[in-house]
Structure formats: structure tokens, C-alpha cells
Design a protein around this ligand. Structure first.
Ligand code: NAP
Length: 281
């Protein structure tokens, strides 16, 4: 038997159509600014594709491109002026930043109501305490994929592999909010396969191509593969293709969790704009 494929392209396509109609009904046009430092071509192309997608949904977007030697003070100054600009609803600092910049300080300088990445400590605290706030796009996309394919979360055991601030920790908070029982694992977890084999929902966000094999999963599991490793020009997930022969459902790579992340950045921009301009709904 082969697993049901949870296509992120399908789920994000449906989400973007919904978001475009939300934007159309707004009395204003939300504005998103990407800030990118340095000349990494992959990061430049990723930002351009997010910007094009924003335009498709009816969002104004601008890319601020800064030279690699931009100083901390210069970058903080730019973030400060974007914070103060009433036409800017969302600010996205493209990571990673060059080594001489203090990423944590820069992210903390973003006005929390415009923090469409959901990385600001205020938004992190809101997520864990169950208050409304902006939630990191990748974990938000995971829950959206499950919703799109009508896969219930409540009462299920969600095992998350990887505890980064970007994916693992906010995913744990979101799944807890949706009433899953959550196990959060990492590189020092003992006997990881014995835990992944208990997962009703398995989220893998490590960055080690094919680390989850068919022996690490149980037959009725739903597997969300976040990992993305580029090997010889091809993109691989953290989940070995052999897992598809065992589990109930699985996101493909490419075309799984990645497209949903981008859609959720757009979603967050609309939420940020609504909350700031009309007090949310
Ligand atoms: P990260 O910050 O490097 O975190 C990786 C996590 O994996 C860490 O918590 C680490 O544990 C854990 N880990 C490493 N080796 C492990 C092992 N052998 N067993 C169990 N856990 C292990 O990475 P990230 O930013 O979360 O990204 C993870 C992956 O997701 C990357 O491939 C990235 O490209 C991808 N990603 C995809 C999307 C998407 O939209 N699909 C979005 C963001 C990221 P410790 O904390 O103990 O070190």
C-alpha cells in the first residue's frame, strides 16, 4: 500500500485563492517589505518568488536589498523606519544574515505587530500562552496542510523531530494548541526511533536527507516532512521515500511543506494588516 500524498502545492493553491478574495474585500492594500542582506543568489531568488506570489494575491511588496557589509546600526535604522511607516504591514528579514550581524537583536527590533515571521519574543510568548499573535509560517503551514486534507489533530500523539525556534518549538506550541499530545525531540534524544514509532503525526525538521526510514514509523502515521537538503541540484526531505510504503499519509519533497510556508507568510501579512488597521476580526 502506498501513502496518501499530502500535496502542499494543492493546499497552498487553495489557500492563496482564499487569501486573494480576502485581500480583494479589504478597504486597503496590505504592504509587505522583504529585507535581504548580502548577495546569496539562492536567497535572492527565494525572496523574489515570495514577492511575486504576494503580488498574485494583491499584496504590495517591496524588496530592500542591502550590501553584505551593511552594519548593525544601518540595518537597525532601516528596520526602525519600516516600523514607523504606516503603509508597511509586514516586515520579513530574510535569514540567515551575514555573521557580523546579530540576528536575534535585529529580529527583536521588528515591531511585533509587523513581525510576519512570528520570531519576535512577544509573538513567541503569545503563541505559548494561547493569545492571538503572529505565528511562524512553516509550522502554521503544517497545521493548514492537515486541515486542508481534513486530518484531525485533537487527542493524537504528535512527535516532532527538531527543536529549532524556526520550526520545531513553534510546531510543538501549535500542535499543543490544537490539543495534540506533543513529544519534542532533538539530537540528544535517546532511542529516537522508539518515539517516532509512537507518532500518530510525525513532523521532521532536521535537515538530514532520508534520516527517517520505514522502520521508524507506524503504519497509520501521518508524516509531515519539513527537512530540505539540496544534494547534487536535487531537493531531498528528511524522510526516506521508502516510508511511503508504510504510513497512511505523507507530504512529498519537493511540493510538500515548502509551498505552504510561502502561503503562510502571505496569510500572516494579511492578518497583521487587519489587526493593525482595523483591529482584527
Ligand atoms: P536547525 O535550526 O538546524 O535545527 C535542526 C534541529 O534538528 C535541531 O533541533 C537539532 O537538534 C535537530 N537534530 C539534528 N540532528 C538530529 C538527529 N540526529 N536526531 C534528532 N534531531 C536532530 O534547522 P531548522 O531551521 O529547524 O530547519 C530544519 C530543516 O527544515 C532544514 O532542512 C531546513 O532547510 C528545513 N526548512 C524547511 C522549511 C519548509 O518550508 N519546508 C522551512 C524552514 C526550514 P539540537 O537542537 O539538539 O541541535
Amino acid at each position: 500500500m502506498s501513502a496518501r500524498l499530502l500535496s502542499g502545492r494543492e493546499a497552498s493553491g487553495a489557500t492563496l485563492i482564499e487569501l486573494a478574495s480576502v485581500v480583494e474585500a479589504l478597504p486597503f492594500c496590505p504592504g509587505l517589505v522583504f529585507v535581504r542582506v548580502g548577495d546569496d543568489p539562492a536567497s535572492a531568488s527565494y525572496v523574489r518568488s515570495k514577492s511575486r506570489l504576494a503580488a498574485r494575491v494583491g499584496i504590495r511588496s517591496e524588496i530592500v536589498e542591502l550590501v553584505a557589509c551593511t552594519s548593525q546600526e544601518e540595518l537597525l535604522g532601516i528596520v526602525g523606519s519600516l516600523n514607523a511607516d504606516p503603509d508597511v504591514d509586514g516586515i520579513l528579514i530574510q535569514l540567515p544574515l551575514p555573521d557580523h550581524l546579530d540576528s536575534a537583536r535585529i529580529l527583536e527590533a521588528v515591531e511585533p505587530t509587523k513581525d510576519v515571521d512570528g520570531f519576535h519574543p512577544i509573538n513567541v510568548g503569545k503563541l505559548w500562552s494561547g493569545e492571538p499573535g503572529l505565528v511562524p509560517a512553516t509550522p502554521l503551514g503544517l497545521v493548514r496542510i492537515l486541515d486542508h486534507f481534513q486530518i484531525p489533530v485533537e487527542g493524537r500523539h504528535a512527535v516532532i523531530v527538531g527543536r529549532s525556534n524556526l520550526v520545531g518549538k513553534p510546531a510543538a506550541a501549535l500542535f499543543l494548541r490544537r490539543h495534540a499530545t506533543v513529544t519534542l525531540t532533538h539530537s540528544l534524544t535517546r532511542d529516537l526511533p522508539s518515539l517516532t514509532r509512537q507518532a500518530d503525526i510525525l513532523v521532521v525538521a532536521v535537515g538530514r536527507a532520508g534520516m527517517i526510514t520505514s522502520k521508524w514509523v507506524k503504519p497509520d502515521a501521518v508524516v509531515l516532512d519539513v527537512g530540505q537538503s539540496r544534494v547534487g541540484g536535487c531537493l531531498y526531505g528528511d524522510v526516506s521515500p521508502s516510508v511511503a510504503g508504510v504510513v497512511a499519509a505523507l507530504t512529498p519533497t519537493p511540493g510538500g511543506t515548502g509551498p505552504m510556508t510561502v502561503a503562510m507568510v502571505i496569510h500572516n501579512t494579511i492578518e497583521a494588516a487587519r489587526a493593525r488597521r482595523i483591529g482584527g476580526e
